[in-house]
Design a binder for this molecule. Structure first.
Ligand code: A3D
Length: 320
């Protein structure tokens, strides 16, 4: 069987990490695309030389030519600029929207059958714009955010309770911004609802609230510490798990920025919801029951996403 082809658009911090992970897992041959000349080629060479040590067979190439992504099975998009300290994800809108236009056209012309995972921020608006520019079906374009946000929530909960991260099943809905909605009612410690477990362990509701707040600001905390750029290890590994779910037809239920029409009272919006990922791409959006408070928090979050879409339409008339 021929190897799968993974195209990574943007060969920066996340792009390079994605390439390394995909190679180690032998997910397929990897093409690193970037507008910076020489950089993707250099990274591809460096990463290829990990092969003999780590024992993987994957052809890794770098390019500045979209023709080289032809026929890709999976495309992961990180092209654009990341945040600097003091910036919100939304501050990136103007620059990254133009990047999505170029990337969308590159995908449309070279690999229209690919499963496309967008990571570029502001995520929910950029995945929507990328879908519009590429013209791919909605089930083949998805945004990575919920897997990462849930992993952050799970990490903080595992630390608080002193349990293995593997036993924490954390749940985050909504847009990938400070209005995201960590949902404690669906978060469990190996099946035990987190609020019940907190009672058993004598952890106060205030502590859980503080963890929810830290999760919401989890990206910003890292931006502040790094001083230059944003998180890349966990974002990359999150997107790889989504690509694996697609390539392996795993039918995983992952929180992703998926296209939602009808469910959650939404009408054609990309936003973080539990989604089945398999060979059909995003095969199903699962609508869960929410409390009134969770519903109103989700509304604040989706309103913020809608505002960003309006801003995108104002910046590019082809989106209106
Ligand atoms: P960085 O290391 O700067 O890499 C971005 C790369 O994109 C650079 O190598 C650029 O040369 C390249 N690039 C710029 N314009 C184009 C273009 N038109 N075509 C192709 N390549 C281009 O950033 P990064 O890898 O740290 O982050 C990438 C993006 O992911 C940023 O927008 C971040 O904000 C975003 N991000 C999202 C999450 C989510 O959870 C959604 C988490 C972390 C970062």
């Amino acid at each position: 069987m021929a190897r799968k082809k993974i195209a990574l658009i943007g060969a920066g911090m996340i792009g390079g990490t994605l390439a390394h992970l995909a190679a180690k897992k032998e997910m397929g041959d990897i093409v690193l695309f970037d507008i910076a000349e020489g950089m993707p080629q250099g990274k591809a060479l460096d990463l290829s030389q990990c092969g003999p040590i780590e024992g993987f067979d994957a052809r890794i190439t770098g390019t500045n030519d979209y023709a080289d992504i032809a026929g890709a099975d999976v495309v992961i998009v990180t092209a654009g600029v990341p945040r600097k300290p003091g910036m919100s994800r939304d501050d990136l809108l103007g620059i990254n929207l133009k990047v999505m236009k170029a990337v969308g056209e590159g995908i449309k012309n070279n690999c229209p059958d690919a499963f496309v995972i967008c990571i570029t921020n502001p995520l929910d608006a950029m995945v929507w714009a990328l879908r519009e520019f590429s013209g791919l079906p909605h089930n083949k374009v998805v945004g990575m955010a919920g897997v990462l946000d849930s992993a952050r929530f799970a990490t903080f909960l595992a630390w608080e309770f002193g349990v293995s991260t593997r036993d924490v099943n954390a749940f985050v809905l909504g847009g990938h911004g400070d209005t995201m909605v960590p949902v404690t009612s669906y978060t469990t410690i190996n099946g035990i609802p987190v609020n019940d477990y907190a009672k058993i362990k004598g952890v106060s509701p205030d502590r859980i609230d503080a963890i929810v707040k830290r999760t919401r600001g989890g990206g910003g905390e890292i931006v502040q510490l790094l001083g230059n750029g944003s998180a890349y290890y966990a974002p990359a590994t999150s997107a790889i798990s989504m690509a694996e779910a697609y390539l392996g037809d795993q039918k995983r239920i992952l929180p992703c920025a998926s296209y939602v029409e009808g469910k959650y009272g939404l009408d054609g919006l990309y936003v973080g919801v539990p989604t089945v990922i398999g060979a059909g791409g995003t095969e199903e959006v699962i609508e869960i029951e929410l409390s009134d408070e969770e519903k109103s928090n989700l509304k604040v979050s989706t309103d913020a996403v809608e505002e960003l879409l309006e801003a995108c339409k104002g910046l590019d008339s082809s989106l209106a």
